[in-house]
Design a protein. Sequence first.
Length: 191
Amino acid sequence: MKRFVLLAAFAAIIFAPAARAQNHAEVGAFVDYFELHETRTNYVGIGGRVAVNIARPVQIEAEMSYDFGRAFAETFSNGTGVVSTQNSRLKVLHGLFGPKLQTTGPVRLFVTAKGGFVNFRFDNGNNPLSGFTSSIQNLRDDNVSAVFYPGGGVEGFLGPFGLRAEVGDEMIFANGLRHNWRITFGPQIRF
């Protein structure tokens, strides 16, 4: 009898986190790929998101990501074939908020439609975290444009831990409408 009680207690301790993972909310981090259509420039950054369930298949989600400055190469055709590499000093801050409709189960398909902002910032500083914090602090001082982001993807969970992949079109409203590809991938935790 003592062994049964100890085994039951051990099983409860081991499986309690998975049983509690009722999917009330999710948090995640991701790597972000963003293609700026106007300049055909590709940016890579990092971000985070949080989502809260308002119904079983519906979540309200907020996310923010920061794309680092990118170096580019230019070739001059003066007969010598000289290649010059320069840093664009352009960094991009994205902030999005909106609903996510999803299927249920350990592997979920989802669609989302979010609104928010994108901030293009020329910065002479290096790319570390200081660039992100100064982008947040100076958000009102810089070039901020409204965005609409329809997207979709898939996420898979093993207990409370999972991975998520998403692709969408970040439409920027600045001097007309600009369509830009955006892809994210990263871990999620639900609780």
